[in-house]
Design a protein around this ligand. Structure first.
Ligand SMILES: C[S@@+](CC[C@H](N)C(=O)[O-])C[C@H]1O[C@@H](n2cnc3c(N)ncnc32)[C@H](O)[C@@H]1O
Length: 255
């Protein structure tokens, strides 16, 4: 997957610059660990232009923001020149993080489906590295695309705005052209799709929620919790096979 090139482009950097709000599960997590942040070291992987930096860096004892795209790191440094001595923003790749000691961080964060930018094998490598640099008993939190949502991704919604309707038709054709019919993905645990962002220049990993949880358990993560990314609440692990209305899910687990 060659997403790094796209993340380094000016258009992509400008798109991420425009996004500043936290998502629902990110706000939930801030409340959940309310009294602990001040004692924690946080590794924020895939910071982009710093959407999460502005909220999380002021909360913690030490904050390291980390991204493999040079242009993103530069944009983030430029946006946050004065967050304090406890903040570092640096270049690096989640798949191999020799710069960090084993067990150093209390909380590892990979937001906005950044983990979906790499292949399945690399994802497993990254998750292992995230576990290694996390303290035992610490937490990992990330979001990922939901494979069960794919039929909804292809849906053309009726709309009286002709431009929006035309855009949806264009998007449908592009999805078909790049990825084929949605039924192709029905019986898979995971798949890589070109799903639209950055003019169909990004490949994104989609995973069945139950397969994601199994992947995490296999790697030794515990107490896994799942949150819908764009609405409130938490999803019961016994209901994961039915979750097809949420495009992304947030996963919280103990290291
Ligand atoms: C979808 S963007 C999200 C940016 C930011 N977290 C936000 O919420 O706006 C994903 C980010 O992850 C970074 N990324 C992808 N794979 C990475 C990897 N293996 N190591 C470090 N960063 C990575 C990309 O460069 C990009 O900035």
């Amino acid at each position: 997957m060659s997403n790094k090139h796209t993340y380094n482009s000016k258009t992509t950097v400008d798109t991420y610059r425009a996004a500043n709000d936290l998502l629902g599960p990110e706000k939930t997590i801030i409340r959940l660990f309310d009294d602990r942040w001040q004692d924690w070291r946080l590794l924020d992987i895939g910071i982009g232009t710093g959407r999460t930096t502005r909220y999380f860096a002021p909360l913690v004892k030490e904050y390291v923001g980390f991204d493999y795209a040079e242009a993103m790191v530069e944009a983030c440094k430029e946006a946050f020149p004065n967050l304090g001595e406890h903040v570092a923003i640096q270049l690096g790749d989640a798949r191999s993080m020799p710069e960090f000691e084993t067990g150093y961080f209390d909380f590892i964060f990979f937001s906005f489906n950044g983990l979906d930018s790499i292949s399945h094998e690399d994802r497993v490598r990254a998750l292992k590295e995230m576990k290694r640099v996390g303290r035992k008993g610490g937490f990992m939190f990330f979001s990922s695309h939901n494979l069960q949502y794919i039929p909804n991704l292809y849906k053309i919604r009726h709309n009286y705005n002709i431009r929006y309707f035309a855009y949806q038709c264009y998007r449908y054709c592009m999805l078909l052209y790049h990825n084929g019919l949605p039924k192709k993905y029905k019986n898979l645990d995971y798949a890589i799709l070109k799903d639209g962002p950055q003019r169909f220049n990004l490949d994104n990993y989609y995973v069945k929620p139950a397969a994601m949880v199994a992947q995490l358990k296999d790697l030794g993560f515990k107490n896994i919790r799942v949150f819908p990314s764009k609405s409130i609440g938490e999803i019961d692990l016994t209901d994961l096979d039915k979750v097809d209305q949420h495009g992304w899910l947030h996963y919280l687990c103990e290291i």
